[in-house]
Structures are given as C-alpha cells and as structure tokens.
Design a protein around this ligand. Structure first.
Ligand code: NIG
Ligand code: FE
Length: 402
C-alpha cells in the first residue's frame, strides 16, 4: 500500500507507552486523543499529531475515520480443526452438559477424529479462512493452538497447516503447541505422557512453524496438576514457554503451579479462588479471560473485576473452538468483558491489545511512531459507541498486516 494518512480521526486510542503487561491504573489509560491524524510511510507509523497539521504537512491521501484503535490481539484460539459439533450443540440445548458429552467420547475427541482425517491443505484453508474472518471484527494478531491432532503425526500436520495458512491471510498467526488438550484413546495415559514429553514436544519445538508456547488443559477428565507440570517442564526443556488452561470448570491448583513456574499466561479462570488470584497478582503471568466461553456454555463469567482490582494483568481471547466457544469476534469479547464482567471500556481495550500481545509475546497491540501500521478504523465514532453496539460492531478498514 502506498503512503497515506489515516484521518482526520474523531477518537484515537493508541495504547502508546511501550510493550509489556499493564495493570491497575495503567489499564485505564488508553492514550485517548481527538481530532488527530496518523501519517503512515513505508507501512510504518511516521507521525501522530493534530489533524490539521498532519494534513498540511504531508501531501498524501486522507482516510477520514471515527474510532481508531490498534489491531486487536486474540490471545487464545483453537482455529486449527475440521469437522463440526452441531449435533453436540443441540444435545447441550436439550440439557446434556459439556463435561458429560466429553466424558462419553464426544467433545475434544470428536474433533480429534475429524482433524486427523482432514487433509493438511484443507486444515490450512480452514485456518486461513477463520483468521481472515476475524479481521472483520478487528483482530490482526491471533494465537492459534495445534490442539486436536493428539498424535505425533497429526500434531505435526497441524503445525504444517498453521505454517501454510500464513500465506493465506494477512492476520499474524502465533502458534502454540497443545498436545496436552486431552488423552487420546490410542494410548494408555502413561504411554501418551511419555510420548508427548519425550517425542512430540521436542519435535514441535523444532517445527518450521516455530511455536513459542506449550499449553496444557489442567482439568478433571483432562490433565491433573502433576501431569500438567510434567508437560510444561518438558516444554521448557525444549524452549517452549508455559501456558495453561486452568480453573475452567474446577479449581485444581493449576494456576498456583503455573505461576510458580513462571508461566506466560493462565487462561480461562472461570472458577478461580482467592489463592489463584493471589498467585496471579504476585507473578508476571497474564490472566487471559475468554468471556465467549462462559457465554457460549451458559456458565458464570470469570471475575474480571476482582482480577483487575487486585492488580492482575488481564488479557482477552475468543477461545474460538468448535465445542465451548464459537465466538470469533474480539469486538464481541470486549463488549462481553464490559457488559458481563464489569470492566471499563478502557480496561477491556487495554486487555485486548497491549496485554493480549504481551500474553503471546507479540509486538503488536499499540500505535506508536516507528512501529508497523497495525490499525483498525471502526464503524462507529467513539469507544462508548463501540461497546454499546458490541453484538454487531465491525471494522470499517484494517491497515497493515503480516
Ligand atoms: O479452551 N478447555 C479446553 N479446550 C477448549 C474446548 C475444546 C473443545 O471443546 O473442543 C477450551 O474451552
Ligand atoms: Fe482453549
């Protein structure tokens, strides 16, 4: 794209102020300014200033805009999968629980079967299409877990698919290896843990898709705290940073264990207790919340207000997956965080940009001079209007991309 001006802008939330997790008061300062413009030269932010000055100084095409924010960062998604779970959704609507369906061999294992059967090219196309659709609701960076293969061959094909998908979308994809999403029926638990820790994790860490994180589902019916710790330690030995799904249905102590290990993030936290919150407060670990999961499953939301008030660094993700969250919109996610979880619009925007970026080691989620343009102009004029319209809000234009 040639050089251009974004502006005049009605309301810009730049989130300028450097990378890294923000907490407390810093989550409420989005760097809001009005009647400004951004000059973009060589795909980088060259200058941000009063609209009339920028427009006078640069002889470039103008793009008038209402609300402008950094591209949103989805810190937790499972967009690498095939098949569908429509039948399970109907079973849940008739009263069966997510946990019962999983225990009966459905759930994650049903998506495992469909994902294993899919051709790598088709998986890549699924990822590319989903990541591209996420841009319409403002996401420009999306973490994607290889989480349904659950065998050495199928997990490597998932990573192949993620790598191939990078050529199919301008959304930045940040891969995470999650061979520990469920125990597959092909092996005994002991066998799978050995295979995972001794072979699959080192293979994943060396894969050309370059996953940065090792994730585990610490839950009743999935991995215990001790098993989770073993998986995350194996990840660390191969250079993968720890992430954990914890306290989604039961608070088992996974949060406390992962924080003590220096995990990059603890994700879900629907049922986190004071002790989990304290561990998060005292650590450099991000608390990644996915209100779409509670919304989709009809469960109580994570206590985001208490987490922010006690000084935890809250980030946001969609958890987009075929079982527990078909929510793919980070705009909807921000709205849910405000409407259902008591965050202010500024806290939710900070969580969905600079904090989500820090939770996946991405240098995005900010509009700052010198950084690549990674900017969304929204179909509304203010952040207040954005959250008011959160069930529908769309990006008007997305600038920049991978
Ligand atoms: O993040 N919690 C575990 N995994 C997913 C659900 C995956 C599925 O049902 O397919 C989640 O909610
Ligand atoms: Fe998840």
């Amino acid at each position: 794209m040639p050089d251009y001006i974004i502006g005049p802008i009605a309301e810009l939330h730049s989130l300028a102020g450097g990378a890294g997790l923000r907490r407390g008061e810093r989550m409420r300062d989005t760097g809001v300014v009005r009647d400004v413009a951004i000059a973009v030269i060589d795909d980088k932010v060259a200058e941000i200033g009063p609209a009339h000055e920028i427009i006078r100084r640069y002889d470039l095409s103008k793009n008038p805009a209402g609300l402008v924010t950094p591209g949103l960062v989805d810190a937790h998604s499972h967009i690498c999968w095939a098949g569908d779970r429509a039948e399970e959704f109907l079973r849940r609507s008739r009263g069966e629980s997510y946990e019962d369906i999983a225990a009966a061999g459905g759930g994650i294992l049903s998506t495992m079967r469909a994902t294993r059967e899919a051709k790598t090219r088709d998986l890549a196309q699924n990822i590319g299409r989903r990541a591209h659709m996420m841009r319409y609701t403002g996401s420009t960076t999306v973490e994607v877990k290889a989480s349904y293969g659950l065998s050495p061959d199928a997990c490597m094909r998932e990573l192949d698919a993620i790598h191939i998908a990078r050529d199919l979308t301008t959304t930045r994809l940040v891969p995470t290896f999650m061979g520990a999403h469920a125990f597959p029926p092909d092996y005994s638990k002991e066998e799978y843990l050995d295979l995972l820790c001794d072979e699959m994790i080192p293979m994943a860490a060396a894969h050309r898709a370059m996953p940065r994180f090792c994730d585990v589902f610490c839950e009743v019916g999935a991995f215990s705290v001790d098993e989770s710790e073993r998986v995350l330690r194996a990840g660390l030995e191969s250079g993968l940073k720890p992430k954990i799904h914890a306290d989604e249905f039961n608070a088992l102590g996974g949060v406390e264990m992962a924080c003590a290990m220096g995990a990059v993030s603890c994700d879900h936290l629907l049922v986190t207790t004071t002790s989990g919150r304290r561990a998060l407060e005292e650590s450099a670990t991000a608390a990644v919340l996915m209100p779409g999961t509670a919304f989709y499953l009809g469960k109580p939301y994570a206590d985001a207000r208490a987490l922010v008030d006690s000084g935890c660094a809250v980030a946001l993700g969609t958890d987009f997956n075929p079982g527990s969250s078909m929510v793919r919109s980070m705009a909807l996610t921000i709205g849910l965080a405000v409407a259902k979880q008591g965050l202010t619009p500024e806290e939710a925007l900070t969580a969905a940009t600079v904090n989500s970026a820090a939770a996946i080691d991405a240098d995005t989620g900010r509009i700052e001079v010198g950084l690549p343009a990674d900017i969304v102009a929204w179909q509304c004029r203010t952040l207040a209007e954005f959250v008011w319209q959160y069930t529908y809000i769309r990006a008007e234009r997305v600038y920049g991309g991978a």
